[in-house]
Design a binder for this molecule. Structure first.
Ligand code: DC
Length: 224
């Protein structure tokens, strides 16, 4: 079985999740949405009503059964794919994911899932931290205005929502994710930078699929 790793990093709303889903499906890669993993931990922490600032309160992670299967995420056997997208989870996930213990637990899981086969992992620290030897590394960006607009378009309930507020929340999350001490949002030095502000999802996917196909051809040639 061929082993091939693709790392896609970028800030909230850069198109990572949508693009990663489409590209991994098109190429038959296993998709690992690491943001969904941190969101699931946040959901469980909120359910347990722990003090989110207290790193020791996350010891429940030692027993937590967290699985990613076919674009769905399960916590102790329960499908929580929808619940992890709630506003409450979104508002708290940057704090939860800033704890060393939480990150160590998630990164151990992420590395294990990526051991075999062809994987596409998306997140904030994949290219330079989780999969530093990935075959292809991509860093997606877009203006915060465009990212807020994309998030707005995705919302089912648009009443009482203001694009400017979404933009402010995105900029705050960017700040927290980029300035935390451990594994901040950062481009790997050897990652390809792709600004998606003026590109459609199809254009971004086509570009990434080509990069991966070329990379796989090269890898095959090197192994011959
Ligand atoms: O991709 P997302 O918006 O679903 O990610 C949710 C949060 O999880 C994000 O604000 C920061 C955190 N995260 C992280 O710290 N490291 C990752 N590899 C992925 C996500």
């Amino acid at each position: 079985m061929m082993n091939f790793q693709v790392a896609i990093d970028g800030p909230a709303g850069s198109g990572k999740s949508s693009v990663s889903k489409i590209v991994s499906k098109a190429l038959g890669f296993k998709h690992i949405d690491t943001g969904a993993m941190y969101r699931a931990v946040t959901l469980e922490a909120l359910k347990r009503k722990i003090d989110l600032n207290d790193e020791h309160a996350y010891s429940f992670l030692n027993e937590l059964d967290l699985r990613l299967e076919h674009e769905k995420i399960y916590l102790n056997g329960q499908d929580v794919s929808k619940k992890i997208r709630s506003l409450e989870v979104t508002r708290n996930v940057s704090l939860v994911s800033s704890h060393k213990f939480v990150r160590e637990k998630m990164i151990e899981l992420q590395k294990n899932i990526a051991l075999k086969g062809c994987v596409l992992m998306d997140g904030r620290d994949i290219g330079y931290n989780v999969l530093p030897n990935a075959n292809i590394k991509i860093f997606l960006t877009a203006s915060s205005e465009k990212r807020a607009l994309r998030r707005y378009m995705e919302l089912e309930e648009k009443e009482n929502v203001n694009i400017k507020d979404i933009q402010k929340e995105i900029e705050l999350r960017d700040y927290m994710d980029s300035n935390r001490k451990i594994n901040p949002l950062k481009k790997a030095s050897d990652a390809i930078l792709l600004d998606t502000t003026d590109l459609s999802i199809d254009e971004v996917c086509d570009c990434i699929i080509k990069l991966i196909k070329d990379g796989m051809e090269n890898a095959k040639r090197c192994n011959e």
